[in-house]
Design a protein around this ligand. Sequence first.
Ligand code: C2E
Ligand code: CA
Ligand code: CA
Ligand code: CA
Length: 283
Amino acid sequence: ESVLSDALGKGAPFMQYQDNYRSLVTSSYLMLQEVQRAIVNDEFTIHLQPKVRLHDASVVGFEALVRWQQADGSYIPPDMFIPLAEASGLISELDRQVMLKTLDAINVLKASGYALPVAFNAAVADLESPDYVDNVFSAMSDRKVDAQLLDIEITESSAMRDYETHEASLRRLISKGVSVSIDDFGTGYSSLAHVARLAATTLKIDRSFVQGLETSDSDRHVVEMVARLGRSFGYSVVAEGVETDAQRRMLLDAGCHIGQGYFYARPMPLQIAIEWLKDQEVA
Ligand code: C2E
Ligand code: CA
Ligand code: CA
Ligand code: CA
């Protein structure tokens, strides 16, 4: 008798699977209700993580990352609720709140003497909405934020999905002076032909390649290639997930000049970021 038929005979694996599946569905559904409630109650906040020049650590800007703090003070990681929000259509409203908070943060930073660009993340559903770019522009003019201080990060896989359609939106943003960063670059499937004429100002090399710099020749080659290619096509190139000084030096050797990661700072609340800036060089 095979193990399989034995197990099937008892029905055990199936029952177990069904139970796991049920609890997964139930917990996702509860989480989704919680996300919806949190949107209505305006519970999402942002933390800011600096982007710096790798040769002297001078600050060139920030990325805003959504945060969801619970009553007990803990945070639910974005990777747990962003995919759910994307799948359910709640992401557009969530990202809109994050965008508005980012614009407010840009103004507070500016009033504190730091006119630095701040990026926020856009999901594919955002770009797919025909009003998205107009909504960004009208929020910018409502809040009197200079386009030069705004940077939108969109993952390579989202940007490439239906690129023909997204290209027009991305070009509209860029023509107004907004930066467009292709996030997690290297993990999607941009063809060489696309890279040459991407509607983007910046390529953000995915953390996985930075993490592999010291141990993997292939990761190092990807970083070198993206840095060289990116620069030759006129993009600025940023490395994410810089955690060590060795990575910092290898990135510089590879021709990448800007980075972001725990080696410099973790994402932090706006007021902490302003305190932190007082001890930094600003580019
Ligand atoms: P991402 O855009 O690639 O953001 C970078 C993530 O890497 C952040 O995780 C950040 O905290 C983390 N990180 C930064 N430096 C380091 C480092 O040196 N080492 C390591 N191990 N991690 C580092 P976080 O905040 O958990 O965000 C996860 C993802 O959730 C983001 O990845 C982004 O794709 C998504 N996300 C975050 N905020 C938003 C948002 O407002 N809207 C949308 N649509 N997606 C968001
Ligand atoms: Ca990002
Ligand atoms: Ca990223
Ligand atoms: Ca990433």
